[in-house]
Design a protein around this ligand. Sequence first.
Ligand SMILES: Nc1ncnc2c1ncn2[C@@H]1O[C@H](COP(=O)(O)OP(=O)(O)OP(=O)(O)O)[C@@H](O)[C@H]1O
Ligand SMILES: [Mg+2]
Length: 299
Amino acid sequence: MKRALRTAKQADIEQRLGRFADVLFPQEAEEPILAPAVRAAVFDWLAEIRAADALDAVGLTPRRSMLLYGPPGCGKTTLAHHFAARLGLPLACVRSESLVEASLGGTGNNISKLFDAMKATEGGAVVFFDEVDSIGSKRMNDQGASVEMASALNVMLRRIEMFGGIAMAATNRQDVLDPALWRRFNMQLSVDLPGEEERFAILRRYAAPFEPSDDDLDLLTAVTRGASPALLRALMEGVKRVLVMAERLKRPAADPVAVFAPVVAAVAPPPEVADLPALWTRGGIEDLAGLSWPWPRKD
Ligand SMILES: Nc1ncnc2c1ncn2[C@@H]1O[C@H](COP(=O)(O)OP(=O)(O)OP(=O)(O)O)[C@@H](O)[C@H]1O
Ligand SMILES: [Mg+2]
C-alpha cells in the first residue's frame, strides 16, 4: 500500500514509531505456510489472547511474548505480521540495530523512547524486535560494549514486561543470543526449513496462476529439499518471469530445463547451507526434464 493511501491514524502511528520501526499494516499481511506444530502453537496463542476476559475471570492472563528463531527466509517476519493482522493490529517491526548507539546509555534510552511511543499509539500495535541478536548477543568483544549491552538488555526486558501489549522478537542467530533474553519470552518457537508437505504447498502458491500437476510439484519438492520458502518463492517467481517474457520476446519456452536453468543460476541458497538442494548441485537440473510441460495457466 502506498503511503498516500494511509488513513490519518495509520500515518500517525508511522510518524510516532518511524525512527526505530517500520509499521506493517494488517491489510498487507500474507499467511505463511508452516509446519502443523508451528501452526497449532500460533493458533493456540491467538485463541488465548482472544479469550483474555474469560482467563482473567479465573486469575490467568494470556501469554504475551514470543521469540521466533530459525534460518533466514523461513517466515519469521511474515508470521509476526500475519499474527498481528489476525489481532487486527499493525506490527511495529523494530529495526533492532537502529536502537543501538555508541554513547553511554544511548541504546537503553532509545528502547525507552520506543516503548513510550508504542504506548502513545492509539489502539496499540504489536511490537516486533527483528534481528534481536543485535541487542541481545552474549558475545561481545570488548568489555565496555558488553556492559553497555547488558544494561540495554535489562531496559528492554523490563519494558517488555511493563508493556501491556503483545511483544515478539526474531533471530536467526540463536547460537549467540543471551540466555536471559531467551528465557524471558513466554514462548520460543522454531520456524525452520519447510518439510515436504510445506514445500509442496509453497511451490504451488508461488507458481500461481500457472498450475503444475501434483506430479510436477512432487518432483520440484524432491529436488528442493533444504531450500527456504524465500528461495522457493524466488525460484517460482523467476520461472514465471521467464515464461511471461518468453511470449513477449518470442523465445522458445517449450523445454522446462531451458526455462529453469537461468533461474537456478541466478538464485541460490545462502553460502552457510550445508546440504545443497539437488536442484543446485551439478546435473541436478536435468531431473526437471521429467516435468509435464507447458504448465496450464489459469487467470
Ligand atoms: N513459511 C512461508 N510460507 C510462505 N512464504 C514464505 C514463508 N516464509 C517466507 N516466505 C516468503 O519469503 C520471504 C521472506 O520471508 P521472511 O522475511 O518472513 O523470512 P524471515 O524468516 O523473517 O527471514 P530473516 O531471518 O532473513 O529475517 C517473504 O516474501 C515471504 O513471502
Ligand atoms: Mg525477518
